[in-house]
Each structure stands twice: as C-alpha cells, then as structure tokens.
Design a protein. Structure first.
Length: 151
C-alpha cells in the first residue's frame, strides 16, 4: 500500500516548485524552412513551368512560319508568291541545318523531294524562275515542309 500523503507541505518540495519557470505558450509554427514534401512540390512546379516555356518557345518559329504560309495564300501575283515561298522554305531548311541555306536550286529541289518523300520534285519548287509559274499544291506542301523542318 502506498504511504499516505501528509497534509504538511514539504519545505524542500515547495522550494523546488518555486524555482520552476512558469508555463509558456508554444511558439507559433513557422512556414520556413519548408518540409521536404513542399520542396519536392516546388521543384516539380518549377520543372513543369520550365517545360511549358521551353515547349512554347520551341514551337514559336514554326507557328510564325505557318502564319506566313497562310498569308501567302492571299498574294495574287503568282511569281511573287513563289519567290516569297521559296525564300521562306530556304530559311526553314536552314533552321534544320545551316548549310541548307546555301544549297543550289537543284540541291534544294532534291531536299524538298526527299523531305516530302516523293520520287520527283514538285513542279512549284523552282517555278518562280520559269515563265507562267503555277502554285498548284504549293502551299499545302509548304506547310508540311515547315512542320518537318521547324521542329
């Protein structure tokens, strides 16, 4: 059986209890430093935003070239339309490989033929050098070339 507590206060115990500091409220929880899960989420968010920015910037040139191709559809002068299309496609090919910018007309026609996976060059490739050029299928093929070369 446990000894009975006496009604008399123990002076040593009272002295020790007097030396104790009063109870204090705990400090407010601080948001910094972050827990590891928050750091992981923050890194994941930064990676996702970086990937989206990279994807957008990567495709901006292709979108700009495709707008020019669509705008060329409204040009009435066929020779001028083919000249501008030729210059645009040479620039697009130079994006893929800078040496494509200085290709001869025959080599450029071969590059277009290879890219479009055809057996012979489309009639519009160097048509701006000929009298009475035609633009049949030129803009549709140009869109395919821009999509392929401006990745």
């Amino acid at each position: 059986m446990a000894p009975a507590l006496s009604a008399q206060p123990n002076p040593a115990l009272a002295e020790l209890l007097g030396q104790l500091a009063p109870n204090m409220e705990p400090a407010q929880a601080n948001i910094w430093p972050l827990a590891p899960l928050y750091w992981g989420g923050l890194l994941l968010l930064i990676a996702a935003v970086s990937a989206l920015v990279w994807w957008y910037w990567r495709g901006r040139r292709q979108r700009r070239y495709l707008k020019v191709v669509k705008r060329l559809a409204s040009v009435q002068d066929t020779t001028r339309q083919l000249q501008q299309l030729h210059a645009l496609l040479r620039n697009a090919a130079a994006l893929q490989d800078p040496t494509n910018k200085s290709l001869s007309d025959g080599r450029f026609a071969e590059l277009v033929t290879r890219t479009l996976e055809r057996s012979e060059a489309p009639p519009w490739v160097n048509a701006h050098y000929r009298p009475n050029p035609s633009t049949e299928q030129a803009l549709a093929d140009a869109e395919r070339l821009v999509r392929r070369w401006c990745r």
